[in-house]
Design a protein around this ligand. Sequence first.
Ligand code: NAD
Length: 252
Amino acid sequence: MQDILEAIAKKIAEGGRNIAFTGAGISTESGIPDFRSQGGIWDQYRPVYFDEFMSSRDARVRYWDQKIAMWDGLEKARPNAGHQALAKLYDMGLLEAIITQNIDGLHQESGIPGDKVIELHGNTRRVRCMTCGETSTVAEAKQRILDGDPAPECHCGGYLKPDTISFGQAMPQKEVEAAARLSSSCDFFLVVGSTLVVHPAAMMPEYARRAGAYLAIVNLSDTPYDNACQALVREKAGPVLQAIADMAEEYR
Ligand code: NAD
């Protein structure tokens, strides 16, 4: 395993266009469960689809109920060794950007500038009006819910929704395009903590592969790209990324 980590670190230290792609697995060590592992979020909740949210007040109440329950865990979460290792690579000029499926905002909290974190599925700390598009914080919405309004609405009358992509909701076009551009033009693509099955996010490693990039995967379970990558590490992300960042610092 040491050999594989060294190979990844050497590739990073070459200083080409290095991109990281992260999924829920990078944040489990911060105490946020992923979606598909046993005990993950889908074991606890039935998802509310976007058209249900838009057409039924009962669905909006159920959705906010779930979001507030998840938010209570998320609010306490802090970046872990994995997030910090990626921030260290960024600070050394060895990481151009992060494409993430995560909605927890922990990459930004670890010190990576917001415009270098491409959020494919939105951010749960932000709330958006589905009519006028105005944004506010989830803390404000939570207070209104605690004050007795279980499905808060905007001053314009639109429905307020955490700014994340629900099942059946359109993907954010600007972010998807930016992610595809970065993936298609990188030299090194590091996947961390994603099953790589949710589309179009899961296309990004394919774009990188077609561009001839070195593909490395750090994930506890199988992915459809395991046979197509140059380096596969089936260990917890935090210690692995920390070791890689430390080695890359030596090699650069
Ligand atoms: P997923 O739940 O489908 O898969 C997570 C993967 O990470 C699994 O393969 C698991 O084996 C692996 N993993 C778990 N802990 C790990 C660790 N410590 N080190 C290395 N690997 C680990 O996640 P996904 O593919 O990102 O799912 C996509 C959806 O889940 C996205 O839509 C995302 O928005 C959402 N999601 C986000 C968060 C978050 O923001 N933290 C949390 C849960 C789900």
